[in-house]
Design a protein around this ligand. Sequence first.
Ligand code: G6P
Ligand code: MN
Length: 406
Amino acid sequence: MRLVILGGGGFRVPLVHKALVADGRVDELVLHDVDPARLARIRAVLRGGPRVRVTTDLDDALRDADFVFSAIRVGGLAGRAIDEQVAHAHGVLGQETVGAGGIAYGLRTAPVARDIARRVARLAPRAWVINFTNPAGLVTEVMAEHLGPRVIGICDSPVGLCRRVAHALGVEGATFDYAGLNHLGWLQGVHLDGEDLLPRLLADAEALRSFEEGRLFGAEWLQALGVIPNEYLHYYYDTRDAMGDDRGAFLLRQQERFYDGEVDWETTRLEREATYMKQDRDTLEGGGYEHVALRLMRAIADDERTTLILNVRNGSTLSTLDAEAVVEVPCAVDANGAEPLPVSRLPDHAAGLVLSVKAVDRLVVEGTRAAALKAFALHPLVDSLSAAEGLLDAYARRHPELAHLS
Ligand code: G6P
Ligand code: MN
């Protein structure tokens, strides 16, 4: 079985490699990256496991792949740092995937994702694409225009939330009623033996304090909401407190030292993990992206039926959205791919946010100046039309990939 990783020079590739070694299913690993120096640096960290080939030729990488992990970062961490800085300079939130920062990142990434999807459809029409690339919902939706159900988007945050909630409740084997968009979802129920355990958890302030989302949102707010939001909802509910984050610049400085050969990979990984909001060992060890991707790949390759929360086309799952909209919901996965399972109807406040953000995502994907301006202006976290104009002009000036929008 041949697996191709796009963004093969990325910092987290050794984590994926480690998971592949443990799994044993893949016998050829092709690493593609646009930057040969980064590829070489990552290649040197990998030990054992499948045969590894590195290439900077995209078509050569994709030809006859069985699985493709798309884990690119258009503009690199330097681009992420600019996304955040420009937003802050305009007094708005600029997280990697949320608000103005997420729009800028989406504007850079959508055309590249579209090009990759077209090439996969031509060169490896039977391949399954597992999309790690953020903003994952929007990027998966663009790729699905060319790949249909053969592209599936993943994220570790819903899995992490469910794991932490199960742990706080002290239960195993529950099913999770989770729905929304990527980085914009809510857990509405935890079902075990015909009973919903979520009300019990919400009533227990001490149990709520025992896990990340409980501490982040506070017992009172969770009790008022009656559902548990994904950690990324922090940027919507606590926008002012969440503003100053310059994680992109921090990670850029940190990783430059690794890519320049000054610090080894393991030291850099430990430094990065020490800064995680989620200190939960369980999450770091068992719930990372690479484990979600491997579980998905295994379910498809071995026809081993399982349930995972994934980004797939909506069909008729969320009644507020059309069938083509990519949503993040529990799916039944086997050799036929991922099929969304029924979920509860979202509360109005959540459905409204989902609809607004989906509309913004689609303007981002359109990619013209007029659509981009509308995207910034209509985003719930951009508070004025003049700020939207200022953001668009500044991003077009700072990002070479967005020069056409000025
Ligand atoms: C989580 C999210 C990812 C995101 C990452 C950022 O894992 O699910 O979508 O890219 O956090 O982590 P970082 O360490 O780069 O800030
Ligand atoms: Mn994610």
